[in-house]
Design a protein around this ligand. Structure first.
Ligand SMILES: Cc1cc2nc3c(=O)[nH]c(=O)nc-3n(C[C@H](O)[C@H](O)[C@H](O)COP(=O)(O)OP(=O)(O)OC[C@H]3O[C@@H](n4cnc5c(N)ncnc54)[C@H](O)[C@@H]3O)c2cc1C
Length: 484
């Protein structure tokens, strides 16, 4: 996503751009799996902040809707709590309020205060922190930014912040589960991320591209080709060599290709470890490379089932009855949770063509720790999969699920590492604790190697498809300023 978006912008700015991708298709984590008549998006499933993609296409002189049609999701999602109660997050406020009042009578004014405060975090956070490059420390540590942080309480604890608006555990959970989109724990994440439920509920809402999320990647690839971008697939970069302190190009298949600048979209910590030789510790001024903290990972099941899942919505969250312990197991202990929360998507609810007639495809994402000493997927993977099947039967009401499987694909943190070179198998890249965001996050331009730039989830501004798209704009503009 980062590489594609940046390639489009750079080509439009007049550069001649070549893309080297290790796999045989574009998209990276945002990929597509097709089998037995089922179509699955492999990674991202929630499309938010669509203005970022519209802006990308209009920058290139095109209209996004001429390439891919985006459909608003009418009923955002279902949240299923540990006790079996359900909350439907509706797109329209009157319907939503009715649901919230059922769970927590009298909550309405506090809910609106939550929206108003999150709106401020979103608007200020986006314009003052996310959409800025922070080329030097002064631009980040100014008095103005400090005042903004204090005014919005953006650095306070997420869960504590949500708890100040909602009295019931259920609504606290319903408005904190969104940190899972970034692979974060709401008990550790800063409150600035309350902007996530806000964008879903009140800014732009949730969308889905016709044909699935991957249609956006296809649209971008088509646009990039129209602008003259040249793609090399099955071309893993082995090294980014340097000459007199400047990045000189890339080595692929033992052959060296020379360029005026190199923009790395591969996961940043992996790129420093594997593609760049020598020490570049000055690039990690605020936190040494070995001390960087990572997001969680994801255990995935992509299932083709010969039954219809009529009782499920497009997006469904199943929260653990031990909500907090589940996050602690993943983030503090680094072990597999006993009673995991999970997320399940039935894309054919919006796009019937993604499953054969009379059947449904099911995408299941279970947050798990990134790779570490506590979990051995060879040893623990099969038992964990059985646990997930048992949960799908119990929580999603899919009886005898194993008898209905037409297609199954499992993906563990090891697969995320091996397929996309994600350091520690962390599916969402570097973490977003307070010392790894803004100026503290590894920068988009290397401080130690000239003409070497980065784009993607592990550099600034952070993870998630819209943020990576914004990062592509920032870095392309910088390359244009410095080299163009
Ligand atoms: C399961 C899952 C669910 C998610 N859900 C959402 C969601 O709902 N909404 C959302 O906004 N975000 C979501 N995200 C996050 C989102 O997918 C990422 O933030 C975003 O796609 C990252 O894009 P990227 O360009 O940084 O990285 P990538 O997609 O990883 O792209 C990097 C590319 O570099 C290639 N590469 C790596 N090493 C080399 C090399 N040596 N040579 C050549 N090529 C190389 C990789 O193959 C890959 O194609 C999700 C992520 C996951 C894993």
């Amino acid at each position: 996503m980062g590489g594609l978006a940046a390639a489009i912008r750079l080509a439009r700015l007049g550069f001649s751009v070549e893309v080297f991708e290790k796999n045989s298709t574009p998209g990276g984590r945002m990929n597509r799996l097709e089998s037995d008549g089922f179509t699955f998006d492999t990674g991202p499933s929630l499309l938010l902040m669509t203005d970022t993609y519209r802006e990308l296409f209009s920058f290139a002189g095109r209209n996004l809707e001429d390439y891919v049609r985006l459909t608003p999701i009418t009923s955002n999602y279902k949240v299923n709590f540990g006790d079996g109660d359900e909350l439907r997050i509706h797109r329209t406020l009157p319907e939503l309020i009715k649901e919230l009042e059922r769970i927590e009578p009298g909550v309405t004014p506090r809910f609106y205060r939550f929206l108003a405060d999150s709106c401020l975090r979103y608007r200020l956070g986006r314009s003052e922190f996310v959409e800025r490059d922070f080329e030097n420390a002064k631009s980040f540590f100014g008095l103005r930014n400090l005042n903004l942080l204090l005014k919005t309480k953006a650095t306070s604890n997420y869960y504590k912040s949500v708890s100040s608006y909602f009295e019931t555990e259920k609504l606290r959970q319903a408005f904190s589960l969104q940190t899972m989109y970034l692979g974060l724990s709401p008990f550790e994440a800063p409150a600035v991320y309350t902007l996530l439920p806000y964008t879903e509920l009140a800014e732009d809402g949730l969308w889905f591209p016709e044909g699935g999320m991957y249609s956006l990647i296809e649209a971008m690839t088509e646009l990039a080709r129209e602008l003259g971008v040249e793609f090399h697939f099955d071309s893993e970069v082995e090294k980014v060599p340097t000459m007199k302190g400047r990045a000189s190009g890339v080595v692929v298949g033992g052959e060296e290709f020379f360029y005026d600048a190199v923009l790395v979209n591969a996961d940043l910590p992996y790129a420093y470890r594997k593609l760049l030789s020598g020490g570049h510790d000055s690039d990690f001024r605020t936190r040494r490379r070995g001390k960087l903290k990572y997001t969680a990972s994801a255990f995935m099941l992509y299932l083709g089932l010969d039954v219809k899942l009529d009782h499920m919505a497009h997006h469904n969250f199943y929260l653990s009855s031990r909500y907090k312990e589940n996050f602690e197991a993943i983030f503090r202990d680094g072990g597999l949770p006993e009673d995991p929360s999970f997320y399940a998507v039935v894309p054919s609810k919006t796009e019937p063509g993604m499953a054969p007639e009379g059947m449904d495809g099911l995408f299941v994402l279970v947050p798990v720790p990134h790779l570490g000493p506590k979990v051995d997927w060879e040893r623990d993977g099969a038992a964990f999969k059985e646990k997930v099947y048992a949960m799908l039967e119990k929580r999603c009401g899919i009886e005898n699920i194993r008898e209905h499987i037409v297609f199954e694909k499992v993906r563990t943190p090891e697969d995320w590492r091996d397929e996309y070179n994600l350091e520690e198998g962390a599916a969402f890249g570097l973490g977003h604790g307070i010392f790894q965001v803004g100026y503290f996050r590894p920068p988009m331009k290397s401080r130690s190697v000239e003409n070497l730039y980065f784009v993607g989830a592990s550099t600034r501004p952070g993870t998630g498809v819209p943020l990576v798209t914004i990062g592509a704009r920032l870095v392309a503009n910088r390359i244009f300023r410095e080299i163009g």
